[in-house]
Design a protein around this ligand. Structure first.
Ligand code: PEP
Ligand code: MN
Length: 276
């Protein structure tokens, strides 16, 4: 009989004592709820974020995403607003009631970002930043751990183990696509990672079809595929004016497209025993 096997040295990130449920605001990630996290790639301005936050909320989104610290391929690209971006996120939370997920890039920033965020995102490029993982393992907030773009599932779980072994048990895994020989998409979204994680780990897993494809028209179909595969939630980029976005405009949904996607997800979620 074939079996999914990971190193026996991984002790905490594998199946242990039943599914991990991560509570954020009024939501539970890892239970019957399908939790939709959405918002722009980057916080660009107060007006941009507040507009998109209200659109996400009106469309049925649960948690607001937005990067204030941005890991960019080149140093000349927009690097994020830093603490000013965090303050704008805080205002959006007060206005909409939606909790915030935002990336932290460096161990020395964790204290500051933790003061604003409801979930700390560890980006794909930082999945194996072990000092950052150890530091967020001592944080009081849940961690959204994105899969490294060239990481195996076992390496990803090893990184979750770093956070868990420091005492932070609130870890959410995020499949965001991996590098393959395919170039028509930005990444190849590894949908199989979802049932694999479900079979070998207790941790919740969410799917990011935005970075997973890099192409706006593929986001909704791949979000649906993720839900059917058993994802506990989605992380989706939405922008009111994607053509003007300072990062990831090509993969960002217009609010109306996001609204349609959420609507279409309802029966799909119900079919796999989840509710939106
Ligand atoms: C992001 O969420 O905007 C991001 C930078 O994602 P990733 O780390 O998956 O590339
Ligand atoms: Mn992005």
């Amino acid at each position: 009989m074939s079996k999914l096997v990971v190193s026996p040295k991984i002790k905490l990130a594998v199946k242990n004592g039943g599914p991990t449920r991560v509570r954020v605001g009024g939501h539970v990630i890892g239970g019957e709820e399908l939790v939709v996290m959405a918002g722009p790639c980057s916080v660009e301005s107060r007006e941009q974020l507040l507009d998109v936050a209200q659109a996400v909320k009106a469309a049925g989104g649960h948690i607001l995403r937005g990067g204030a610290y941005k890991p960019r391929t080149l140093p000349y690209s927009f690097q994020g607003l830093g603490e000013e971006g965090l303050k704008i996120l805080d205002e959006a939370r007060r206005l909409t009631g939606m909790p915030i997920v935002t990336e932290v890039m460096a161990p020395e920033d964790v204290e500051l970002v933790e003061g604003y965020a409801d979930i700390l995102q560890i980006g794909s490029r930082n999945m194996q930043n072990y000092s950052l993982l150890k530091r967020v393992g001592r944080a009081e907030k849940p961690i959204l751990l994105k899969r490294g773009m060239s990481a195996t599932i076992e390496e990803w779980l090893g990184c979750a183990e770093y956070v868990l072994s420091e005492g932070n048990h609130q870890v959410i895994l995020c499949e965001r696509g991996i590098r393959t020989y395919e170039t028509i998409t930005r990444n190849t979204l590894d949908i199989s990672a979802v049932p694999i994680i479900k079979q070998i780990s207790d941790l919740p897993v969410v799917v990011d079809p935005s970075h997973g494809t890099g192409v706006r028209s593929l986001v909704s179909p791949m979000a649906k595929a993720g839900v059917v595969a058993g994802a506990d939630g989605l992380l989706v980029e939405v922008h009111c004016h994607p053509e003007k976005a300072l990062s990831d405009g090509d993969q960002s949904l217009h609010p109306e497209e996001f609204r349609c996607m959420v609507k279409e997800l309802e029966p799909i979620a119900a079919a796999v025993g989840k509710r939106l």
